[in-house]
Design a protein around this ligand. Structure first.
Ligand SMILES: Cc1cc2nc3c(=O)[nH]c(=O)nc-3n(C[C@H](O)[C@H](O)[C@H](O)COP(=O)(O)O)c2cc1C
Ligand code: FES
Length: 642
């Protein structure tokens, strides 16, 4: 690779790369992100390579393995450029047809297209699929276009031009002013203005300063940072280097959890390539600015994503938070000024420098500018990663992009902001999603996790689940967090087991206040959000559990029972055969009965009983009807007799 010494040389390089690429030549892009990898994209890739050769098309078609396309629910995904024909859930056996029909014959393979569940219409192009059509993919869009292991792919799309502009046309102060003017708020948690943090770090005394990427991402259900780092690592590196220049830092760290092997691998490759071209290292673009980056693999503790804990971990110690009377921007890693930002925050920076703060600030809401990537998961038809402008409503995200709730069920709540976020109910679906509105609703943006829940979700159980997670993940250093969360979890567990008492709700509220006010770090300070938000919006469910010993969603096992309605049971043996606990008695001509002592409340009988019979009943808060006597259980099999 030639070393690039100036913006002019970068432009020459880009032109050279583009001159070797025919924009009209078909290019098959295959998502090779972690989710698609898990659903077989490696085998599909092998098949594509083999089939291209077999059909003698090596010179006529390009093939590229890319990062996550976002629509992980439907992976493995193929998009054929330049038309952007999109095929979903591809298997190796589909490949010969794709090559012969679409690449050679210019015809689409109908059965592999997306089918709109509402209209049954087949959709050919990626950009017409509702999941994609309603997004604004500024930061995440290139993920589906480039091979993360190819710096040339990134350069072909204008990569490193923002860094070249910053280093050659702007002073560090001007870069800082631009980021401040854009009002970019951190995408990893609290939404703190990035420019203000950069400025504090820049102004802090000390020769040595660090800039750090937070790619710890331990929230259950969230994977946008991993996907961005896996799929487009150069965008993060470029943003980090621009930030380092503005702050006056010459050393950077990428803190990425060890359990993200593809992200670790791809960012390692990207650093090597950037060094070879001279985008990292000494005298970048001949500007005199030096900058190096190291990867630090995190041990996979949720609390290590907290800024001071992360910095302690970089020092080689246990990743525990410390009090932040003095900000980490002033005293962070090895007591030196350290600026930590989230993966998505850094990846947004090149866009701001290239297109300008004014362009960025026109997107989004008054207090929250730009776009945000969410991981949309749970009880929603289209799970995956979506990038939307700040200010979009929850309803649009869940229904327009997410395609609504599966199985015609009713929406109940959406949990935003990771384990310490809150649950937002149906009446707030038209709320505009931004940092401030989510906080007002008792939740938070967090890093962008969005878990959709349907009518079959018990909100007491949801609060218990998140508190269980947080109790495990609390480092235990401070008492309010360690004991407060543990006590709240104990009360919630009791409530879900039917052992709730009058006054428990008030006690939960009191404990929430103490953990919020007295905990050392934001893990404890925000841990009560799932409890408080579910009490605020679903208090009736808490009361039903405590006063009536009833779980309205039939989730809490101790409060739920199953029985067979003798009037409806056709003695078909389906539930009996599938009960894993052997708790169902009966026979071919004998009405079935569930032995309540043996029943583990797994719900298998309820799920397998054919809807046309509807014989297995779920009940809560009422006694199980006594089983009919043995002698009355025999039934006549009319169909056989006639
Ligand atoms: C318990 C805990 C875990 C966190 N985990 C992450 C994380 O995985 N990624 C992240 O970017 N920020 C995480 N944060 C927020 C960071 O402390 C910090 O605010 C953030 O990395 C700053 O970057 P930003 O300003 O770009 O958002 C976490 C905070 C807490 C309290
Ligand atoms: S991993 Fe393939 S679409 Fe997300």
């Amino acid at each position: 690779m030639p070393r690039i010494n100036s913006p002019a040389e970068l432009e020459e390089l880009r032109k050279g790369i583009l001159s070797k690429r025919d924009p009209n030549k078909p290019c098959i892009t295959l998502c090779s992100g972690t989710a698609c990898h898990a659903s077989g994209s490696k085998e599909v890739a092998a098949s594509i390579e083999e089939e291209i050769k077999k059909q003698g098309l090596s010179a006529e078609v390009d093939f590229r393995k890319t990062g996550c396309h976002g629509f992980c629910e439907k992976g493995p995904i193929i998009v054929i450029h330049p038309e952007k024909i999109c095929y979903l859930q591809i298997e190796p056996k589909d490949v010969p047809e794709i090559i012969s029909q679409t690449i050679k014959g210019k015809k689409v393979v109908e059965r592999l297209l997306y089918t709109d569940p509402n209209t049954s219409e087949k959709i050919i192009h990626e950009f017409e699929i509702p999941f994609y059509k309603n997004q604004e993919r500024l930061v995440f869009g290139s993920n589906g276009e480039i091979d993360p292991a190819s710096i040339d792919d990134y350069l072909a799309l204008g990569g490193y031009a923002a860094l070249a502009k910053a280093l050659s046309q702007m002073t560090p102060e001007q870069v800082l002013e631009e980021v401040k003017k854009s009002n970019l708020r951190g995408r990893g948690g609290g939404g703190f203005p990035a420019g203000r943090k950069w400025e504090e770090c820049r102004n802090a005394p000390g020769e040595i300063k660090y800039v750090i990427v937070n790619a710890d991402e331990g929230d259950p259900g969230a994977y946008m940072d991993r996907s961005l780092l896996e799929g487009n690592p150069h965008s993060v590196l470029e943003g980090l280097t621009i930030g380092a220049y503005a702050i006056g830092s010459h050393e950077g760290y990428i803190y990425v959890r060890q359990e993200y092997p593809l992200a670790v691998e791809n960012v390692g490759i990207a650093i090597k390539q950037a060094e070879e071209y001279g985008f990292l290292g000494e005298n970048i673009f001949g500007s005199g600015f030096d900058f190096t980056v190291k990867v630090h693999r995190g041990a996979g503790a949720f609390v290590s994503g907290e800024s001071s804990a992360l910095m302690t971990a970089i020092e080689g110690k246990v990743g525990e938070p410390r009090p932040k009377y003095i900000h980490t921007a002033v005293k962070g890693v090895r007591d030196r000024p350290s600026c930590l930002n989230n993966v998505e925050t850094w990846a947004t920076v090149p866009l701001i420098i290239s297109k300008g703060a004014d362009w960025f600030a026109q997107l989004g809401t008054e207090g929250s500018k730009g776009t945000k990537i969410f991981s949309l998961v749970g009880k929603v038809n289209n799970t995956g990663l979506v990038e939307v402008p700040m200010g979009i409503t929850l309803r649009d995200i869940i229904y327009k992009l997410g395609g609504g709730i599966p199985g015609g069920k009713r929406f109940k709540a959406v949990q935003t902001g990771g384990p310490s976020g809150g649950c937002i109910p149906e009446e707030q679906l038209d709320m505009k999603v931004d940092f401030d509105e989510l906080a007002k609703a008792g939740s938070m943006m967090g890093s962008g996790g969005m878990i959709v829940m349907d009518e079959d979700t018990c909100m007491v159980d949801v609060a218990r689940y998140f508190l269980d997670f947080l109790s495990d993940e609390s480092c235990g250093k401070c008492v309010p967090c360690r004991e407060g969360i543990r006590q709240m979890l104990k009360i919630l567990t009791n409530i879900s087991k039917g052992k709730g008492k009058e006054g428990d709700i008030e006690l939960l509220e009191e404990l929430s206040e103490v953990t919020r006010d007295a905990s050392l770090c934001a893990l404890g300070r925000t841990a009560a959000n799932p409890v408080l938000s579910t009490i605020r919006y679903f208090r009736d469910e808490y009361e039903a559990h405590i006063k009536e010993k009833r779980c309205p969603a039939y989730v809490c096992k101790a409060l739920t029972s199953y029985y067979v309605d003798p009037e409806k049971c056709p003695a078909c043996m389906i539930c009996l055969r599938q009960c894993p606990a052997g708790a169902i008695a009966g026979g071919k001509n004998q009405i079935h009965v569930i032995d309540q002592e043996k029943c583990t409340k797994c719900g298998t009988c309820f799920e397998v009983c054919p809807p046309r019979f509807g014989a297995v009943k779920k009940i809560s808060g009422e006694p199980v009807p006594s089983p009919i006597p043995e002698e009355a259980r025999m039934i006549a099999r009319k169909s056989k007799e006639t």
